[in-house]
Design a binder for this molecule. Sequence first.
Ligand SMILES: [Zn+2]
Length: 138
Amino acid sequence: MECWSIGVAPFSQYSIIPETGSGVFMHEMSIAQSLLDIIKEEMEKHDAKILRAVRLNVGQMTAVVPQALSFCFEVITNGTELEGARLFMDIVPLKGYCPECDVEFTIEDYTFMCPSCGGSKIETIGGQDLSIVEIEVD
Ligand SMILES: [Zn+2]
């Protein structure tokens, strides 16, 4: 068994900014497809045959429903050589930064407001994208 990591920061090309889709699971379906493309490419590079597990960091802002993404991933891998792989997801909370106060904070309930000065000129610094953290293969 082999396990390798795709770091989030140095591999920012693997960051997937989801497009807003319409319809049930369209959002998750397009993400699952993008993930699969990246995973296949990585597996080819490493000459890996069997996909065991994939670990993801899912930013809160992506509005991805983990159960829906799992379901979609299962559907598109069904009947392929990647069938049976497990998808693990860690939700990354939304983080903000206020340049006025030089303070970082967790954004709750999508309230984009600085907790110390009440200002709305904040920058989102985390929880915006979805990245592959680790892929486990045989
Ligand atoms: Zn502030």
